[in-house]
Design a protein around this ligand. Sequence first.
Ligand code: NAD
Length: 490
Amino acid sequence: MKTIANHQLPCEVVQSTYAKNKLKSKIVHLGFGAFHRAHQALYTDQTNQVEGSDWGICEVNLFGGEDLIESLRAQDHCFSVVLKGAEGTQAHIVRSVTESLHPEFDGLPAVLEKMAEPQVEIVSLTVTEKGYCIDAATGKLDLNNPLIVADLTNPSSPKTALGIIVQALKLRRERGLDPFTVMSCDNIQENGAVTKGVILGYASLVEPEMRDWIEANVTFPCTMVDRIVPAVTAESLNEIAQTLGCEDPCGVVCEPFRQWVIEDNFVSGRPNWDIVGAEFVDDVVPYEEMKLRMLNGSHSFLAYMGYLAGYEHISDTMEDPAFKQVALDLMLKEQASSLVMPEGTDLVAYANMLIDRYSNPNLKHRTWQIAMDGSQKIPQRLGGSLHYHLKHQSSFKIIATAIAGWMRYVSGSDEQGKPIEVSDPMSQQLRTICDAHGLNVSVVPSLLALESIFPAEIGKDQRVIDAVSNAYQSLLDKGARQTVADLVVE
Ligand SMILES: NC(=O)c1ccc[n+]([C@@H]2O[C@H](COP(=O)([O-])OP(=O)(O)OC[C@H]3O[C@@H](n4cnc5c(N)ncnc54)[C@H](O)[C@@H]3O)[C@@H](O)[C@H]2O)c1
């Protein structure tokens, strides 16, 4: 079969030329998902190309994705990333991956042994929010998570990313090896601090001494990552095959824009990702908040309101002038005001660039995909700025509409009465509350009472209850399109 490893690719496909067999697996990455492939793996490939470095990645999928790992192996661990801009398409072949493992067919000991190899300097993660096993109410390790319960019972044979990292660090310590840096690249606020918190929380229950050793020896840099990488579909794989002249089951399509801001805090070495555009900084938090509130916050608004309005993709919402204007207003009037940025940051330019990115018609980013896991996303994307507005007595009409949109969405049926497939770790609980009220504004205070999503000082504030109720009632009376149109300020 023709694969990208044995087939003459069209000359316009960009390929690095360094000797792949000289790379060392100095990074073990947990979560060979679409995002990692289009982001860290590509940055690493380009860094190796520019400076002749030998940073190789061993890819590991812990849950699912067995087929992807098998396909990756069948094509010499190379895959394609196709950048689709409004103006054109550019395909890249990523060659920075050296090897791959899956506990399902390689066994967990192989994964642990790989992480305990002397050359490993970084263990990075894109395991989605769920992979961190966080109790949303406390922000700490969720001790009721069944996988954590299982790992605590059998810590030498763990299943979670956290348990595996702690066990691998334990092996390194026992063997007198240096630790590795643990670098989260998931979209979680202060992802490094959160990762450190859950890992220390877990380690303290397994072996308190290990907890102290990790705290003293391991670093957890925070990162802010950005690039829209829609979930892979049969259509995107077909497009990739057309571009390459052969199939690539590991290929991804994404937008041309990318950003990566990394706290420069590594226990051992790190690639010079900055030579290909990443930024190493002392404090990532302001950049993260900028992105979470402006990009992710407006994305959630567009996802819920857009889905309800019948728009399948984010770019479809941008063809509706009211959606475009209100998304920009949300960013500049309600989200930017809550941010404290380093001098020289141009938030107006950032917001306009986001609107341009959303408008790219070649990027099929589904509103349904962004709407997933709202219970986990709303606190970070809208909670901080809501808190700011309550404190400063300022307007938060659009934020309230985004929350009302989420509430209407999780009711499980759209404006035509068709079922919505609500994908959320709290979907059962949300459904029970929604079913008890039917499509009635009385659901608003009940959902706002969910303290894991809305802390009491927000969820019980009458100003929030009133604003979200008004928006929810408007959704029931007029529908999503008119509700958004009504938000346009002349
Ligand atoms: N796709 C994007 O546009 C984008 C942009 C910025 C950041 N991100 C971040 O990347 C993450 C992954 O996104 P993606 O597009 O690659 O998704 P994906 O579905 O393609 O991949 C998800 C990966 O997470 C792993 N995973 C899922 N649950 C896990 C668990 N409980 N424990 C361990 N591993 C688990 C899967 O094995 C898979 O490798 C997102 O959650 C987000 O935090 C994505």
